[in-house]
Ligand binder design. Structure first.
Ligand code: PLP
Length: 375
């Protein structure tokens, strides 16, 4: 869809873009200033592969302060983005023939990273009517002797759904009993609307079974900076650093200084962004729900809405699949979305509402017009 959108844009088409999964806010100034100062001071050389000690300390302290974990520096490494943390973790944890349980809808890269590591993704559908909640019975039914990892992402890209602390605790218990790793992607953990941020790493006795992948990308509007991290038992961190040392080496030196300012500095910009996302969430979800044939679970976090369009699929003149729906929506109404097939479900579209309110309103108007021709 992105390629088609780029083609149409090059032709001069005016598009409303709900496709991009990144904040539309600038990086807060104090973070940018810290990196500029670092550049001026020639912080332009290699650092330790897993990040400077001061950054790793700042990461474990921030995670302790905000999410109640108890990691030490040897249990932490900085990476070039959250995706890189996940890639290193999956590469280290997953061997050929291992299975990784992946609740759907899932973020696209999980599936490919598992496959690339030689593993098999075992997809477990979540329950949309329960707000995309995870059925423990379905999860347990998917476990085999080859299950190595259960991968949870809360809040979720693409649904914005969260798994409750009770669900995390139950999954952790299963992991402890069966000797399975719980890989938790906390990319959107600070963007929660109705609940306090939660990490499974705050649970007593969790450390030996849990790997946390984190990112500064969305929290601090730093997607282009490429700074993420992982928290895990020291031998896993050591293996991840080894892998990193022979692939990317350290995260960019002056970016690490910006990251330090992000973690240690004021968190007010995060609260401001969250307040604005909340406002947009109300507008987009109520707009989507008002369209005949569209239903939408209220996202509990992140900045995505994941409406169900099954009532508008199939039959004369209608798209047969979400993919076809998304393509026609783009071509006929100039609205960019991502079809659910990319995330392992068949009847949804992902709308990112990291866009200004007038853009969201215009997109909703066009989307409603397109749907009305079909219903
Ligand atoms: C669920 C999820 N995890 C991880 C990432 C990785 O983010 P980054 O590599 O930019 O830190 C993303 C980015 O879209 C995401 O949506």
């Amino acid at each position: 869809m992105v390629i088609e959108a780029d083609r149409l844009r090059a032709e001069g088409r005016d598009l409303v873009d709900f496709g991009v999964g990144e904040p539309d806010f600038p990086t807060p100034a104090h973070i940018t200033e810290a990196a500029i100062t670092a550049l001026r001071q020639n912080v332009t050389k290699y650092t330790a592969t897993g990040g400077t000690r001061e950054l790793r300390e700042a990461i474990v302290q921030a995670h302790h302060r905000e999410l109640g974990s108890g990691y030490k520096v040897p249990e932490c490494l900085a990476t070039m983005g959250g995706k890189h943390a996940l890639f290193n973790a999956i590469s280290v944890l997953v061997d050929h023939g291992d299975e990784v349980i992946l609740p759907a809808p899932y973020w696209v890269s999980f599936y490919d990273q598992i496959t690339y590591a030689g593993g098999t993704p075992v997809v477990v559908q979540t329950e949309e009517e329960q707000g995309f909640g995870l059925s423990l019975a379905a999860l347990e039914a998917a476990i085999t002797a080859r299950t190595k990892v259960i991968l949870l992402n809360s809040p979720s890209n693409p649904s914005g759904a969260i798994f409750t602390p009770d669900t995390f605790r139950a999954v952790l218990e299963i992991c402890k009993q069966r000797g399975i790793w719980l890989l938790s992607d906390e990319c959107y953990v600070k963007f929660l609307y109705d609940a306090a941020p939660y990490s499974v790493a705050s649970e007593p006795g969790s450390k030996d079974f849990v790997v946390i992948a984190g990112s500064l990308s969305k929290t601090y509007a730093m997607t282009g900076w490429r700074l993420g991290f992982a928290l895990a038992p020291a031998p896993i961190v050591k293996a991840m650093i080894n892998l990193q040392s022979h692939s990317t080496s350290n995260p960019t030196s002056f970016v690490q200084k910006g990251a330090l300012a992000a973690l240690n500095g004021t968190q007010a910009p995060v609260a401001e962004m969250l307040a604005e996302y909340r406002r947009r969430r109300e507008i987009i979800v109520s707009g989507l729900r008002a369209i005949p044939g569209v239903t939408c679970v209220m996202p509990a976090g992140a900045f995505y809405a994941y409406p169900n369009i099954s009532q508008l699929l199939g039959g004369k003149g209608r798209p047969a699949t979400a993919m076809e729906f998304s393509t026609r929506l783009l071509q006929e109404a100039g609205v960019v979305t991502v079809p659910g097939e990319a995330f392992g479900t068949q009847h949804h579209l992902r709308f990112s509402y990291a866009a200004a309110v007038p853009v969201i309103e215009e997109g909703l108007r066009r989307f409603a017009g397109f749907c009305s021709q079909l219903s």
